[in-house]
Design a protein around this ligand. Structure first.
Ligand code: PHE
Length: 455
């Protein structure tokens, strides 16, 4: 537990780092986007179901596997499997997923920087809803500015991961996460009281089961995994740095609860506002949040411009913090293997990987503009990368983690890890084991194959 000792030195430190990883653009940007394109409330219902039934058990498994080995993901799988070489290959998953994920995640984080800049320079004032839409489309399809912000985000992420996450994350999360939470509550209240908001609430909260399809179920599962940062061994990486006395089941339930509440609040902000404006399609894709939010700020604090100014500034700042704490965890999961297994100096690994992400991220960013005609399997680079992570790597990774925890690891080893060598009681252990053995692997496999249209 050498280098990261400081970071997870306190019990709450591990929890906060996991929350920092989980709460991010996945909640405030990807969740409303997916809800908008996948049929609203039905998607939300399936998402919450997967969060509970699959997300939490997989999170528990990842943390337990990581902490058992305590060095790196590859070593953890190797040692917990009773030294079977094949399982050490699981170390490849976080490296590949981290690179693909960070490449497009930081494009969106870059958009947040632009919106923060616009908030600071007071550019949201006096625009019509159509103008918000046009200004976002013009910005995201341009070449230079999104790329500059993308590189800035990557550089900042690499610098933080290179020079120590230590107390920074722990302390800042302790203060900033609650403030973000309060901001969200205020925005929910404002948004649901906009005229015509009820239609949005219906879209978001009243499921219509006839819209359920294999594709919707796969997307909801992918979103649950994405939002919790599970399936790609990110939490397995953080598990390596966890303290031995942390209660992994309790922590996983806390992280998942916080994460779900934040996502639902984001939905309660976005959809009433979208429907209130009326002329913005609810399935506007990745741009939804960026077009809607500035409008909400202006509408909500109509009479008091100072409020609108301060609030939008604070909101984008906090969103950026949430995005950065997630991108730190994404970069860390790739970096960790190189540093801890191959003994490459941390700064070298960080900046080399960030450079690679900058190249791939450039392709993603340009897919909204200059390269929009370049498609593979009908998708531009950005959407392609997102689908690879959420619809391919995460389900495959989650399936392997469950098979590993449920069938490969000896039951007493797993039980020992989760009860901290029988020092705490875990009444839910048998429920957990049943899920990772039977429910999760079978469920994930069926949904995965069905979603891909294979049966
Ligand atoms: N959970 C993060 C979010 O919601 C994204 C993420 C996915 C981070 C996978 C790490 C690993 O924004």
């Amino acid at each position: 537990m050498s280098e990261y000792k400081g970071n997870f030195n306190t019990k709450i430190g591990g929890l906060l780092a996991a929350v920092g990883s989980a709460v991010g653009l996945g909640n405030v940007w990807r969740f409303p986007t997916e809800t908008g394109t996948s049929g609203g409330a039905t998607f939300v219902l399936v998402y919450v179901f997967f969060m509970l039934i699959l997300g939490i058990p997989i999170m528990i498994s990842e943390l337990a596997i990581g902490r058992y080995g305590g060095k790196n993901v590859s070593h953890s799988f190797f040692s917990m499997s009773g030294n079977r070489r094949g399982w050490a290959l699981m170390g490849i998953l976080p490296v590949v997923s981290g690179i693909v994920l960070l490449s497009y995640y930081s494009v969106v984080a870059g958009w947040i920087v632009q919106y923060l800049y616009e908030a600071i320079t007071n550019q949201f004032v006096g625009k019509t809803p159509e103008e918000y839409a046009t200004s976002f489309i013009n910005f995201s399809s341009s070449t230079t500015r999104p790329l500059v912000w993308l590189y800035a985000v990557l550089l900042l992420t690499a610098a933080i991961v290179a020079f120590g996450v230590r107390k920074g994350i722990e302390r800042s999360s302790k203060i900033l996460m609650p403030i973000l939470f309060i901001c969200l509550v205020i925005l929910v209240v404002c948004s649901v009281s906009l005229p015509g908001a009820s239609e949005g609430l219906t879209f978001f909260l009243r499921p219509d089961l006839s819209s359920l399809s294999g594709g919707v179920i796969l997307s909801a599962m992918g979103q649950a995994f994405f939002s919790l940062s599970v399936g790609v061994c990110c939490l397995c990486t953080y598990g390596c740095y966890f303290r031995r006395d942390a209660d992994l089941i309790k922590e996983s339930i806390s992280v998942a609860s916080i994460d779900t509440v934040v996502a639902l609040m984001a939905g309660l902000i976005i959809f009433p506002a979208v429907f209130s404006v009326g002329n913005i399609e609810s399935d506007a894709g990745p741009s939804l949040v960026f077009i809607t939010l500035p409008n909400v700020f202006q509408q909500a604090f109509h009479g008091v411009p100072v409020f609108a100014y301060c609030f939008s500034l604070l909101f984008y700042l906090l969103l950026l913090v949430a995005a950065i704490s997630s991108s730190i965890s994404i970069l860390e999961m790739s970096v960790s293997i190189f540093v801890r297994k191959y003994k490459i100096p941390r700064p070298t690994a960080c900046f080399a990987l960030a450079l690679l992400c900058a190249v791939l991220g450039t392709m993603c960013s340009l897919s909204f503009g200059k390269w929009s005609h370049v498609t593979l399997l009908g998708l531009g680079f950005f959407d392609l990368f997102d689908s690879i992570v959420a619809k391919l790597l995460m389900p495959i990774g989650a399936f392997l983690v469950c098979v590993f925890a449920g069938w490969v690891v000896k039951k007493n080893i797993l039980q020992d890890e989760l009860t901290n060598a029988a020092t705490i009681s875990q009444p839910l252990f048998s429920v957990y084991l049943f899920i990772v053995r039977y429910v999760a692997p079978v469920g994930i496999l069926l949904i995965f194959l069905n979603g891909l249209g294979l049966f």
